[in-house]
Write a protein that binds this ligand. Structure first.
Ligand SMILES: N[C@@H](Cc1c[nH]c[nH+]1)C(=O)O
Length: 386
């Protein structure tokens, strides 16, 4: 095996793709700033216990582990920056007010999340801490949809769900308590026979509700149907009200097609309330995931309401149309003051100027040199190339 082969689902990013990713990263971060989000840069590695605090078993399985030669302790490479940002909010900032934070950076996954998925996504996201009301979720949802629009995504499907429905059902039935993980798993895979088997000993109302959840999928009318089908527990009523408010809000954004899926709890292991995932044509996996996770701050010793979203820049950039080749100016190699001054002036004006190294006059692959700097009648001038 040649020793320059890369591991499976790990790849180099070549120039035109790298430029798309970087331009999108800048565009999204600049937009987050317009909403008042402050950027933070958590470390790539942390002690494993801190990295996995509040993160759930799913994150544990996705985390690469290694031994720290300095302390002898186990370190983890981040698989998701969201909980790191919650740690920053809980411990380092220690603010009592609302805090808006954003981030962008590589994360590593031990296993790809799909057949062709990368194990090194470039995660970008935004989080709000300190507000428990639906208004924060509404802002996050708007920003997520807005980010997809900035990435040129025209057709977006937004799936909304709420972990509060299942939690309320479990809390209300002694026989179901302690079986939360199994129930989440069965609902994730929409395993109705499995749900039927596990719920044998539950109250009939809990059982009927669990068996109804996989069918509570569709447009906003599902919420009204759920109000009739599911038991009238306060936790369920609250969850359905929140879903209704967010679905109406998202429905008013043009190009977003909203669906409700009360059994879609895939990949949400630290979330505590309303959750969403956005899908675009051409990609089976969600391009954006987000939602409320009020208990993670508590695991860090400081309870803070939290909600946010994140997405993979690599995947988004791949869905965008190919970047056009950038127009550039070719200049000869040389050290004369006049030439150097001319080149500097053009670059100050935002032009790309590429000096040809001797013997490599036609090498500029990514750039379309439509002009050239030339010496004519004692001056350095720009010549349009045909
Ligand atoms: N980081 C979560 C999404 C999220 C961000 N903030 C809240 N939830 C994920 O990757 O699924």
């Amino acid at each position: 095996m040649p020793n320059w082969l890369l591991p499976e689902n790990i790849a180099d990013v070549l120039p035109s793709e790298a430029r798309k990713i970087e331009e999108l990263r800048r565009r999204l971060l600049d937009n987050f700033r317009l909403y008042g989000y402050e950027m933070v840069m958590p470390p790539l590695l942390e002690y494993l216990e801190s990295l996995l605090t509040g993160a759930g078993q799913d994150t544990d399985l996705r985390t690469f582990k290694l031994v720290d030669q300095l302390s002898g302790r186990t370190l983890g490479v981040r698989a998701d920056m969201t909980t790191q940002v919650a740690r920053i909010d809980a411990h380092l900032l220690n603010r009592a007010s609302v805090t808006r934070l954003c981030y962008a950076g590589s994360v590593l996954h031990t296993r790809p999340s799909g057949l062709h998925a990368t194990r090194e996504p470039v995660q970008i996201g935004a989080e709000i801490y300190g507000h428990a009301g639906i208004e924060a979720d509404a802002e996050i949802q708007e920003l997520a949809l807005n980010s997809l629009a900035l990435a040129g995504m025209q057709e977006v499907r937004l799936d909304l769900c709420h972990v509060g429905v299942l939690r309320a059902l479990i809390a209300n039935d002694a026989a179901a308590r302690g079986q939360e993980a199994a129930l989440f798993g069965l609902l994730e895979s929409k395993d109705v026979p499995g749900l039927r088997a596990i719920s044998n000993a539950y109250q009939p109302a809990t059982r009927d509700a669990l068996l109804a959840l996989p069918g509570l999928y569709g447009d906003i009318s599902v919420i009204a149907k759920a109000r009739i089908t599911l038991p009238a527990l306060p936790g369920i009523a609250r969850a359905l009200d929140e879903l209704q408010a967010l679905a109406e809000l998202a429905g008013s954004v043009k190009a977003a097609n909203v669906t409700i899926d009360l059994a879609d709890l895939r990949g949400y292991h630290y979330h505590s309330g309303v959750m969403f995932a956005a899908y675009v044509p051409g990609l089976p996996n969600a391009v954006v995931r987000g939602g409320r996770y009020d208990h993670v701050g508590e695991a860090f010793g400081r309870a803070r309401p939290a909600t946010g979203f994140s997405m993979d820049l690599r995947e988004l950039a791949r869905l965008m149309p190919g970047a056009e080749r950038k127009r550039a100016i070719r200049a000869p190699w040389g050290t004369e003051a006049g030439l150097r001054e001319k080149i500097a002036e053009l670059r100050r004006a935002g032009e790309i100027v590429i000096q040809s190294l001797p013997g490599h006059e036609n090498d500029q692959d990514e750039f379309d040199c439509d002009r050239a700097v030339e010496f004519s009648n004692g001056n350095w001038i720009i010549k349009i190339l045909g």
